[in-house]
Design a protein around this ligand. Sequence first.
Ligand code: SF4
Length: 177
Amino acid sequence: MEVEKPFDYIERIPGGAIITTTVDKVLEWGRECSLWYFSFGLACCAIEVLMAAGAARFDLDRFGMMFRATPRQSDLMIVAGTVTKKMAPRVKRLYDQMAEPKYVIATGSCANAGGPFADSYAVLKGVDLIIPVDVYVPGCPPRPEALIFAVQKLKEKMRNQVRMKRSNLPEDTRCDA
Ligand code: SF4
């Protein structure tokens, strides 16, 4: 997977280095490498995937990802588990409280489409009916590695969004033109 460097040019000099870059690039790099996640554990997936992915063996922290207990400090919502219709308005409210830009990963069949409870009168058939989802992780439950892969895919998406935004700018205002 291609890793975009947060600088355009680096020259090593005795005792240090000179780096040229843009503020945009540094901010984007910082955002991508410090995804603080608001975990939304609603059922078994929360233990099977989310807790396991954050624990020692898989260790999400090594990607600069830290768990936050408040939506106001989070960039990423990881929805793990069955979203009931009773819980749905709370999920939406907490999503609305997150600052832009914000991202969502839906983990497991329940969050994706209702899972084994899709026929239940009480279960939402996918969290994307109330909030936009960036990456879906299939499985019941998915492996923690699948969540880590989803995080890499999200970073790829974030990078592409930034590139598209840059390429839509008029030529004479682009720093990379
Ligand atoms: S997808 Fe499976 S493991 Fe995950 S919350 Fe639903 S029933 Fe539980």
